[in-house]
Write a protein that binds this ligand. Structure first.
Ligand code: ADP
Length: 149
């Protein structure tokens, strides 16, 4: 069984994240979406709400699991017997960071990182953008999956 974890903050989960997960299912038998509890990042949407919302989006997809974690991503991957980490790259701004993380995770846990390039139509979408719109009571429906609208 080829299993990958897709780690992130998902604060909130966007269409860009959704697209990476769907494409990940073409590569892996199972994708575990790991919502990292990050003590240094201030959260906008409570982590339990994020978990519930993402579970709802994928409720009809048995090959996707959703879990909160508060350990190293390599340890989370090991707990799930996953040998791969799935991540998305929007552009050069993501690239250096992802490369460093991929090298660290390879060294720490012998885990391979698989990077997928964002579809151009989603490249400008970020959780930060959605949070900003949300804070001004603006419509976010063009940026989040249907079931979150
Ligand atoms: P983190 O806090 O770990 O960066 P995020 O929730 O911001 O977590 O992102 C999780 C993953 O999703 C990262 O690999 C990020 O590059 C990717 N991602 C974020 N936005 C998009 C998007 N619009 N299209 C594709 N991938 C994205």
């Amino acid at each position: 069984m080829r299993r990958a974890v897709f780690p992130g903050s998902f604060d909130p989960f966007t269409l860009g994240h959704y697209d990476i997960v769907k494409r990940g299912l073409e590569l892996f038998d199972e994708v575990v979406i790991g919502i990292g509890r990050n003590s240094t990042k201030k959260e906008t949407f409570p982590i339990r709400e994020r978990e519930e919302a993402i579970r709802k989006i994928f409720k009809d997809e048995p090959r996707i699991k959703v879990q909160i974690y508060d350990c190293l991503t390599v340890d989370f991957a090991k707990q799930h017997d996953a040998h791969f980490i799935l991540r998305g790259v929007r552009g050069v701004q993501d690239f250096e960071y992802e490369r460093n993380m991929a090298e660290a995770n390879k060294q720490l846990g012998d885990i391979e990182t698989i990077l997928l390039y964002t579809r151009p139509e989603y490249a400008h979408i970020s959780s930060t953008l959605v949070r900003d719109l949300y804070s001004y009571n603006k419509d976010v429906s063009a940026f989040v999956p249907n079931k979150l609208k």
